[in-house]
Design a protein. Structure first.
Length: 131
């Protein structure tokens, strides 16, 4: 069970790492595009290009805000799911404790109990016949 849980966590970790690598790639490309745009004298651009630049900036800001809100909600759901997992694990503790006590008692009984050492009163003996 531990191995399966470790593999699941490793799978999640690899997925998250891949997503962050993709985000880093897109971010680096975006920054390089913005850097090349900042070297251009955009004040001399025609009015329509300046308006288009403002619309692009607004679009990027809206997209980043949207992503930030989505990540915030996802992080809240992840925290809730983690808390639910912890609660489920804690709720299983009494059953696990009971199973451990039963196993311990059973092993002790198998190792230490000798039925031949128990003396049954003659009234309760199976070999007595009814008259």
């Amino acid at each position: 069970m531990q191995r399966m849980f470790d593999q699941f966590l490793q799978f999640i970790q690899q997925g998250v790492a891949t997503i962050f690598k993709f985000i880093q790639l897109v971010w680096a490309w975006s920054v390089s595009q913005i850097a090349s745009l900042s070297s251009v004298s955009w004040q001399n651009w025609p009015f329509w290009k300046q308006v288009l630049l403002v619309l692009i900036v607004v679009g990027v800001a809206w997209a980043l805000y949207s992503v930030a809100m989505e990540l915030w909600e996802a992080s809240a759901r992840i925290l809730t799911a983690f808390a639910t997992l912890i609660i489920a694990l804690v709720n299983t503790l009494p059953s696990i404790l009971m199973a451990g006590v039963l196993a311990l008692g059973g092993v002790w009984l198998l190792n230490n109990f000798d039925p031949s050492s128990v003396h049954i009163p003659s009234r309760l003996s199976w070999s007595q016949t009814s008259e």
